[in-house]
Design a protein. Structure first.
Length: 256
């Protein structure tokens, strides 16, 4: 009796796989963020008087806190490895399929910097407007104590966020939805709304801003088939937000 080990993936299998990958990563984050915004809206006091903190301390003991931070960053990248592993079943090298290789470092850096400027400057204006309208929670991008490892950990957290989000929500998800023969409009909308939904804990301004970012990033990927410039752009944006907040005077960020 021969057991068939090499069975081609059906649309149902690909759909189930996609839901599982999202459920283990940013789809799960979107559910928690939705619950978080509901909790904020139903709490005493307006949304603008509540706080959304990123990169928070886990332990009052510095070395234990550092250990937790590094473990969190490392384990958060496991869904990325899973997604790349699953894409390896398709023809071709998964890194090349995603455009996550180092074939074009100069071009990727230049495009990434351009995307960061394109998204970052209007994004600041949107955050300011959302703060004035009271539709965002007060954002604290970095809430770690001032220690020797704070800035390196914040940079690693920025890289981790960027790799996780861009590989899963753009590279992997767009690739699988194209294989499932979704229309391009539906693919872009799904990727963008998912990106916005897991930022809902910050408020509705963050949701809108990240949906717009998701549309731009998805269209860029569909045109270039390279996720590396998106990782570069996202890393630059997060490093500016995290490290800038940690090092610059707090009063500079009162508008958040």
């Amino acid at each position: 009796m021969t057991v068939e080990l090499d069975r081609p993936a059906t649309r149902r299998m690909l759909g189930t796989e996609t839901l599982l990958v999202l459920g283990l990563s940013l789809g799960q984050s979107a559910v928690y963020a939705t619950v978080s915004i509901v909790a904020k809206l139903t709490a005493d006091g307006p949304l603008s008087k509540q706080t959304a903190s990123l990169n928070t301390s886990v332990s009052p003991r510095p070395w234990l806190d550092l250990t937790y931070q590094l473990l969190g960053i490392g384990f958060a990248l496991l869904p990325v490895l899973l997604a790349v592993h699953l894409l390896a079943r398709d023809p071709g090298d998964p890194a090349r399929t995603l455009g996550l290789d180092a074939r074009r470092p100069g071009q990727d850096l230049a495009r990434g910097a351009g995307l960061a400027a394109l998204i970052g400057l209007p994004g600041l204006a949107l955050f300011w407007a959302a703060a004035q309208l009271g539709v965002n929670a007060t954002l604290v991008p970095a809430a770690l104590p001032e220690l020797w490892w704070t800035v390196p950990v914040l940079i690693l957290a920025a890289v981790q966020n960027s790799v996780l989000e861009e590989v899963i929500v753009v590279g992997y998800l767009v690739t699988r939805l194209r294989q499932l023969r979704w229309r391009l409009v539906a693919i872009v909308a799904t990727s963008a709304v998912l990106r916005g939904s897991y930022h809902l804990y910050q408020g509705f301004g963050a949701f809108v801003g990240n949906v717009v970012m998701g549309v731009v990033f998805s269209l860029f990927y569909l045109r270039t088939r390279r996720v590396m410039p998106l990782v570069v752009a996202h890393t630059l944006l997060d490093v500016f937000a995290f490290v800038g907040y940690a090092l610059l005077p707090r009063e500079w960020f009162d508008w958040l």
